[in-house]
Design a protein. Structure first.
Length: 102
C-alpha cells in the first residue's frame, strides 16, 4: 500500500479497517488533500507521507500558502524523488519489514 504514516507507538493500534473505509479509492493511490486532511484529523500528531504521482502539480496557492502536498511536490521537483524519500523517511517501514523477515 502506498500509504505510509509516522504515528506515536500508542496511536498505532489496528486503525486500518476504519481508516480505509473513509479513504476514497479513486484518488490516485491515496494522493490528495482530502485524504491527507482525513488522516490528520483522525490521528493527532500524525505525519502523512504520501508520494505524489509523477504528473502532480502544485496547487494555485502553493506560493502563498503551500499545503503539505504542495511542499512534497516542490521538494521532488527541486531535489528529486530519492532525496524526498530520504528526507521524509518514506520506505522506512518496508526496510524494517524486510529486516524482520530475514
Amino acid at each position: 500500500m502506498p500509504l505510509q504514516t509516522k504515528v506515536k507507538a500508542e496511536k498505532v493500534g489496528n486503525f486500518q479497517p476504519a481508516l480505509l473505509e473513509r479513504i476514497h479509492p479513486a484518488l490516485t493511490a491515496y494522493d490528495g488533500e482530502q485524504n491527507r486532511k482525513e488522516l490528520a484529523n483522525r490521528f493527532e500528531g500524525v505525519e502523512v507521507i504520501i508520494p505524489p504521482p509523477k504528473t502532480a502539480v502544485p496547487s494555485p496557492q502553493a506560493e502563498t500558502a503551500p499545503t503539505a502536498r504542495d511542499k512534497d511536490i516542490l521538494a521532488i521537483q527541486t531535489n528529486g524523488k530519492m532525496a524526498w524519500q530520504k528526507q521524509t523517511g518514506y520506505g522506512q517501514r518496508a526496510r524494517g519489514e524486510t529486516l524482520m523477515g530475514r
